[in-house]
Design a protein around this ligand. Structure first.
Ligand code: SDX
Length: 429
């Protein structure tokens, strides 16, 4: 059997080292043996955006970007989206196995019990302006929850962790719905604990064309599947932000608030909102070529396209595209879908995008569905947070229980000034 090592020769000194290979990876710290001068710090690896750096070992989600594979704890996303329910998928991500009937019933009951939020939190939501972006409200509210549950700081206590997991999964839909209603100047529609998780959320979003609190089962099922598709995606920008914050033993509310802040960016979870604005701005299939020319001239980005990992079609985008038509059966079509489908067709046939392996990602079609369901565009990243919360919580638990993890503290390549002396103000030019 070949040796599982890497031999590296430093041509500056002629020194050769042999470092072990594990999981097709070397430990960056092993590079520190290579020094140009004996008292040097030693060699590092430079990797802005962490394009080729593993920050952790994980057993939660597997993504194969070339083959368009996504699995939660080994289960293909296509099967989970078709067969599972969001809270069941959340259980799977967090605990690693599909729950038994009793485990699922207890899990659902615990979370639905926590859909009623603290009055202080409900009051806080009322302090925001009517035109406040709901992501700013949600991020603030999640961070504020840390002030209500100081015991959450006991991040190495399993039972305390579980309590916060119930609270976060229970409260997030309520915070989202209350912030939406507050912006409309409407009274809150309080949680209906007898309903299922997604039904309750749509019920609380009551002004969304739901008569008498009845929730359309097709829309509820579509949103449930959409949340499953968003539930985790290994070490994406927001998850690695969460891991960074939680690595200092920060409480889960502060860590999730930071993750939501990272997700808010238009290059990440804010892309679904940006896609809708892009499609609306294009306005007509005849204007697609002109827009794509702007993209090729780097005057605009094709939002909802491209991915750091998927260099093939994002499997989630394919599933979401199918869900769209189920939703349109109920809501009536969305004219933007025609623009999106034509935009995808033209782009996939264009060398500029093909050569860069740019395909539709999870955000390309999701916003069209959300709009058809009546959600305002700036609520789209909020829906992404509701879907991603179980993944963040699963990654948080895995970090908190990983003996190899330490506080995140990257190095840098310093290119700044060498030592120089202070110049009093009177002597400056
Ligand atoms: C999500 O990481 C995850 O898992 C994220 C996510 C999850 O579930 O958590 O999957 C969710 O964030 C999906 C991505 C949503 N974002 C968007 O749709 C925004 C538009 N896409 C991008 O800006 C971009 O594709 C990224 C941010 C997603 C990925 O960026 P990378 O990997 O850093 O790629 P890059 O910027 O280095 O681009 C490589 C090349 C460049 O061209 P060249 O300079 O080499 O000529 O591709 C071009 C880029 O200009 N390019 C695009 C493009 N995306 C990349 N050109 C036009 N439009 C785009 N969307």
């Amino acid at each position: 059997m070949s040796k599982q090592t890497l031999t590296i020769t430093d041509n500056r000194t002629g020194e050769t080292i042999e470092v072990p290979i594990g999981h097709d990876t070397i430990k960056a710290l092993d590079l520190r043996q290579l020094k140009a001068q004996p008292d040097d710090f030693g060699m590092m690896a430079y990797d802005p955006g962490y394009t080729n750096t593993a920050s952790c070992k994980s057993r939660i989600t597997y993504v194969d970007g070339d083959r368009g594979i996504l699995r939660y704890r080994g289960y293909p996303i296509e099967q989970l989206a078709q067969e599972s329910a969001f809270l069941e998928a959340a259980y799977l991500l967090i605990f690693g196995e599909l729950p038994s009937a009793d485990e699922l019933a207890h899990w659902n009951e615990r979370i639905m019990r926590h859909t009623h939020i603290h009055e202080n939190l409900a009051d806080l939501l009322k302090t925001f302006r009517h035109d406040a972006h709901p992501m700013g409200i949600l991020i603030s509210a999640i961070a504020a929850m840390s002030t209500l549950h100081p015991e959450a700081k006991q991040v190495h206590d399993n039972q305390r962790r579980l309590q916060q997991i119930w609270r976060i999964l229970g409260a997030l839909p309520t915070v989202a719905a209350f912030s939406y209603q507050n912006r409309l100047g409407r009274p809150y529609t309080h949680p209906h604990s007898a309903l299922g998780y997604i039904d309750n959320f749509l019920y609380m979003m009551n002004p969304m064309n739901q008569d008498d609190g009845e929730v359309d089962p097709v829309l509820a099922r579509a949103l449930d599947a959409l949340f499953i598709l968003h539930a985790d995606h290994e070490q994406n920008c927001s998850t690695s932000a969460l891991r960074n914050i939680a690595s200092s033993d920060a409480d889960p509310y502060s860590s999730i608030a930071g993750a939501a802040a990272a997700l808010y960016g238009p290059l990440h979870g804010g892309a679904n909102e940006a896609v809708l604005r892009m499609l609306t701005a294009i306005g007509d299939v005849k204007k697609i070529p002109a827009y794509l020319n702007k993209v090729k001239n780097r005057e605009a980005r094709l939002m909802g396209f491209g991915h750091r990992v998927y260099k093939n079609y994002d499997p989630r985008a394919q599933i979401i595209k199918k869900i769209a038509y189920d939703v349109f059966e109920v809501t009536g079509g969305n004219p933007l879908i025609d623009i999106a489908v034509e935009l995808e067709r033209i782009a996939l046939d264009d060398e500029y995008f093909a050569s860069r392996r740019l395909y539709p990602n999870v955000d390309f079609y999701s916003g069209i569905i959300y709009q058809a369901m009546g959600f305002p565009v700036d609520m789209f990243p909020v829906l992404f947070v509701l879907g991603r919360a179980p993944g963040w919580l699963a990654q948080w638990v895995e970090l908190a229980t990983d003996p190899e993890q330490r506080i995140a503290r990257p190095r840098q390549i310093y290119l700044g000034e060498d030592e120089r002396s202070y110049v009093p103000l009177a002597e400056r030019a």
